[in-house]
Design a binder for this molecule. Structure first.
Ligand SMILES: Cc1ncc(COP(=O)(O)O)c(C=O)c1O
Length: 453
């Protein structure tokens, strides 16, 4: 299609006149960074205004589970929208919110019986942080004001969530506005010393955490962690043993454990929740992204009855959790979530994913020997590798060379959406993808590695 006949071009021009996009240096549009108007979704594929198809290899920022425009979720949304769009959740309730809370309490690690709703992932993290702080205050320990977060963590970009995140790209500029967490080393298995296995790294990092808790437990509200995979931090992975040990340490030192499963929840790591692999129940579980199958913004914080009870008291004592969002528990979003969870109930989603994840792993082996590919890794449905300048020395490319961006553009040209985190390429497609599409995605990735290096 010629430039003049393109339907994409006028849409992109209209967009750039007004829309300020997330996570984007806007000056790079459109010369260095194409802006693609998407008009519809079809399973694992997105379709632009010119009819070009893109395989969504990253589930649109890890949100989509069962395909774009999934008919079952779309029907639930339409039905709910025709009945009740919204009612505030203070003083009112409705079937979708209460049914979703019942369902989440049923499927989550046992003991997480209380559900607070918000809209995005970051707002769920804000709730968990504030709730933990307020719990200790209600418990007569107002000196607990600090949080322990992991190096390389990402928990979102509102101020509280950003404060417990450790990625300079997002955090540095706003540093003067943020509270200071206590930062513990990441249990990332890529940091293994010679002779160490994944569990050895976990044990060593638990030793570091113990040392921090010995010093700071009395001032600490909670430890916050992304279970099994630090996603935005470059798909860095750790052994379940770290989580088991961390739960034990939090119990021993009497601090809360916040599990941020916003990215890894709903099957991404091979189990419905990553915490299951460590057989632990956190004090707070943050969920979003895949909660609605990726169709609508909704987040939830699950907590225990012990936490809940600490907030009951006389109105004047100000022990209640007064945090509120207008669209908490929006009925349409809850209906989408219920439809998505019903697919987990009715279909062998996790079993099917295991087989497809094994196929992805098998196909990715062809990349292992590439001279500019290092650290090929996978946890369940999440696979990643790093583009490196020198494989033996594991040296990175100079940042200004933007190798990841070159990879992205090449893959996009070929009809696959794979958006690296810096120079880390990762695969996290919707669950409706088939083996043939996985093969196509990996073939394009291989060609994109060649083009980028
Ligand atoms: C682990 C984790 N927590 C929190 C967030 C923030 O979610 P949201 O972008 O919906 O605010 C993200 C987003 O990528 C995430 O990966």
């Amino acid at each position: 299609m010629t430039e003049t006949a393109s339907r994409n071009t006028p849409l992109a021009a209209r967009d750039l006149a007004h829309v300020w996009h997330p996570c984007t240096q806007m000056r790079e549009h459109p010369a260095q960074l194409p802006l693609i108007p998407i008009v519809r979704g079809d399973g694992a594929w997105l379709v632009d205004a010119d009819g070009k198809h893109y395989l969504d290899g990253i589930s649109s920022w890890w949100s989509n589970l069962f395909g774009h425009a999934n008919p079952r979720i779309a029907a639930a949304i339409a039905e709910q929208a025709a009945r009740l769009n919204h009612v505030m959740l203070a003083g009112f309730t409705h079937e979708p919110a209460l049914q979703l809370a019942e369902e989440l309490a049923r499927i989550a690690p046992s003991g997480l019986t209380r559900v607070s709703y918000a809209s995005d992932g970051a707002s769920a993290v804000e709730i968990a942080l504030k709730m933990s702080f307020h719990f200790w205050r209600n418990a007569g320990q107002p000196q607990r004001t600090r949080f322990i977060a992991l190096a390389n963590a990402y928990h979102g970009e509102t101020l509280g969530a950003l404060a417990v995140s450790d990625l300079p790209l997002y955090r540095e500029v706003y540093g003067p506005l943020l509270f200071d967490p206590i930062v513990a080393p990441s249990p990332d298995w890529l940091d293994a010393e010679p002779g160490e296995g994944h569990e050895d790294v976990a044990r060593r990092r638990l030793g570091d955490m113990r040392a921090l808790l010995e010093r700071h437990a009395q001032a600490t509200c909670a430890v916050i962690v992304e279970p099994l995979v630090q996603c935005s931090g470059g798909m860095r992975m750790h052994a379940p043993a770290y989580l088991t040990g961390l739960r034990a340490l939090c119990d021993e030192f009497d601090v809360h454990l916040i599990a941020d499963e916003i990215a890894v929840g709903f099957g991404r790591t091979g189990t419905l929740f990553a915490c299951e692999q460590a057989a632990i129940t956190p004090d707070f579980l943050c969920l979003s992204k895949g909660l609605t199958g990726g169709a609508l913004p909704l987040s939830a914080v699950l907590s225990t009855d012990t936490v809940y009870q600490a907030f009951l008291g006389d109105y004047a004592a100000n022990t209640a959790f007064l945090h509120s969002h207008t669209f908490s528990g929006n009925p349409i979003a809850c209906a989408a979530a219920l439809a998505s969870l019903s697919i987990f109930r009715d279909e062998p989603v996790l079993e099917r994913n295991r087989a497809l994840a094994a196929h992805l792993a098998m196909r990715l082996e062809s990349l292992r020997g590439h001279p500019h590919v290092a650290n090929l890794r996978q946890t369940g449905w999440i696979a990643a590798f790093d583009l490196v300048m020198d494989k033996t020395a594991r040296s990175a490319w100079p940042g200004d060379e933007r190798r990841g961006l070159r990879f992205y553009r090449h893959a996009l040209d070929q009809g696959v959406l794979l958006r690296p985190l810096g120079d880390t390429v990762y695969f996290l497609p919707p669950y409706c993808i088939g083996e043939a599409d996985i093969d196509f995605m990996v073939d394009v990735a291989l060609a994109a590695v060649e083009a980028a290096t």
